[in-house]
Design a binder for this molecule. Sequence first.
Ligand code: DC
Length: 230
Amino acid sequence: MSNTDKTFPVITIDGPAGSGKGTISQRVAEELGWHILDSGALYRLVAFAALERKIALETSDAEARLYELAKNLDVIFTPNEEQGIDILLEGKDVTEAIRSEQCGNTASRVAAFQSVRQALLERQRQFLKAPGLVADGRDMGTVVFPEAQLKIFLTASAEIRGERRLNQLKERGISANLRGLIRDIEERDARDMQRKDAPLVPADDAIIIDTSELSIDEVVNRVLEAYQKR
Ligand code: DC
């Protein structure tokens, strides 16, 4: 029996980089008192570990080494006092370190390896616990939780997503160039949408919300209303 056969409800929130998935998922999970899965963090952790070990992704043994890393990822997610989640990799706090642009871009490359995705599949399903789960990612509604009660797909223009990323980085005291961020986002979109295994696409039964002109509260309310109406 897979975890999705259990009766706990799941809301999947998929979409491209910078579409607001992280913030919206966190808010929806808070409102409902549910657990949260930030699946991108798992791919970022594999990327972080690969960067630390200087694994060159284009070499012939890269996939086997990445698979081993993904399979044996020694990670602990702990809720912190600011309603966020601290992430410990091999006992080291990497919460901030995995948010770098380099880690995000490497995560997108690592995520294109089928065996890496396979290695992370069951680990993601184990996040499903009572009373329910909000799952944030690229393939939550299509592959990881295909029987979810509600599937949301968030979009926004690359320009808006680039501006959001710039503001997030500014808040953390990191300067960046808007054009460069938009270019990275477009490259990441293309790679995530074109990969063979679990590409970034809305599930057939997903509700698509363009967040370009909407506030966070408006998007959260739409998701909660859709869940009540389903
Ligand atoms: O959501 P994020 O920016 O933290 O994700 C980083 C990368 O990880 C993203 O570009 C593609 C990959 N990813 C994925 O392939 N599948 C997921 N469910 C989540 C993330």
